[in-house]
Design a protein around this ligand. Structure first.
Ligand code: AMP
Length: 211
């Protein structure tokens, strides 16, 4: 009797783990994470969690968190870990019944990655895959300056701020890739080409993982 109960608890746990499917879309600023996230969440029924979007929402609502975060964002620096981890924690709480999450622009430091592992573990789930969009630096700068003409984002209009964001990415965010390479969850995807071409590369990788 005791054995049977333990076995069913194990299967229920496995089932929960299987039901939730969490992805990280990784890559430098301008690599197309936002564009591809919109398409991926529609295709796979995931909740899109973009820390950049959440922070911009706080800024437009003029909350104390937003006003504090803006000081870092305008300089191309990262917002402190505890701020973004807190935002992700409450977003996960708000979507208790989600089939899974697509994290975009998070985690950006190893401390954030470790915190995310812990938060997901508490929910008896984990990251299934980290898909990393790769785009060369000159193309990134071109895309960001172009986006700046229409996005209304001040951090996209100043080339110095763009270069700073790329330096911060190389120094603080690329170590996050190593964190996930250790658990063999990391997959590089060519982020150059048309939106549809890149989307089909990403979908192919996800479909393989879901099989
Ligand atoms: P994004 O929209 O992802 O390009 O983010 C815009 C800006 O928001 C970044 O340059 C950072 O200042 C801030 N930001 C977004 N996500 C994070 C994060 N996970 N950690 C720290 N800062 C972040």
């Amino acid at each position: 009797m005791y054995d049977i109960n333990l076995t069913s608890v194990y299967y229920i746990y496995r089932l929960d783990e299987k039901l939730m499917f969490n992805l990280i879309l990784f890559g430098p600023p301008g690599s197309g994470k936002g564009t591809q996230s919109d398409k991926l969440v529609e295709q796979y029924g995931l909740i899109h969690l973009s820390t950049g979007n959440l922070l911009r929402e706080e800024i437009s609502n003029k909350t104390p968190l937003g006003l504090e975060a803006k000081k870092f964002m305008d300089k191309g620096q990262l917002v402190p870990d505890e701020v973004v981890i807190g935002m992700i924690d409450s977003s996960l709480e708000q979507h208790k019944k989600a089939r899974g999450f697509l994290f975009d622009g998070f985690p950006r430091t190893v401390a954030q990655a470790k915190a995310l592992d812990k938060l997901l573990e508490l929910k008896k789930t984990s990251i299934a895959s980290v898909l990393a969009l790769e785009v060369n630096d000159e193309e990134l700068i071109k895309r960001l300056l172009n986006r700046g003409k229409t996005s209304g984002r001040s951090d996209d209009t100043n080339e110095n701020v763009i270069r700073k964001r790329l330096t911060v990415y190389n120094n603080e965010t690329t170590p996050v890739a190593d964190h996930y390479k250790k658990s063999k969850k990391f997959l590089a995807v060519n982020g150059e080409g048309s939106i549809e071409e890149i989307f089909s590369r990403l979908s192919e990788a996800i479909d393989k993982k879901l099989k």
